[in-house]
Design a binder for this molecule. Structure first.
Ligand code: SF4
Ligand code: SF4
Length: 155
């Protein structure tokens, strides 16, 4: 039977069990997976989703481009229904399609630096986000395979 790419059973088990070592297991799996992962061969997060830009991100990149904040916002971002600043469409305008490099890498938003958010504290609090990201990010899929071995093989 093909593997379930949504890892539904693993997420259900984690949510039901609330394992005390969840942050540790995610953290270790994250390190192992990203030691091997070459994001430049993927770029799927930058191609398909938008990070949320916070005030500091906006000011930093507007300054980099020598633009007024208002002009930067008008040019690149829109507010979503929650009032967060995001791109109006994917892919990210700062992604170089040929090689998946980020044109503002050293100045990129905090949300980009932290993506896919699998080595955070309180992973239990972002299980829904992680369940969304597993369908976008192959690294999250590999991390969930490791967690499947930990939590679905144990009772
Ligand atoms: S700013 Fe850079 S890292 Fe962030 S989505 Fe765009 S290309 Fe990707
Ligand atoms: S989707 Fe995941 S594996 Fe792909 S570039 Fe983004 S972080 Fe890296």
């Amino acid at each position: 039977m093909p593997k379930d790419p949504s890892f539904k059973k693993v997420f259900q088990k984690i949510i039901a069990k609330k394992p005390k070592d969840l942050d540790k297991q995610f953290g270790e799996a994250h390190e192992e997976v990203f030691e091997q992962m070459d994001c430049l061969t993927c770029g799927n997060c930058c191609k398909t989703t938008s990070p949320m830009w916070n005030e500091t991100d906006i000011q930093r990149v507007a300054h980099l481009f020598k633009m007024k904040v208002s002009a930067f916002l008008d040019t690149y971002l829109v507010q979503d229904s929650d009032g967060d600043w995001v791109y109006p469409a994917a892919p990210c305008p700062f992604l170089t399609a040929e090689d998946n490099t980020c044109q503002i890498y050293d100045h990129r938003p905090k949300a980009c630096k932290e993506y896919p958010h699998t080595n955070r504290k309180n992973m239990m609090g972002i299980m829904q986000l992680t369940a969304k990201n597993v369908l976008i990010c192959p690294a999250v899929g590999q991390i969930m395979e490791k967690l499947e071995q930990v939590y679905l093989s144990s009772k």
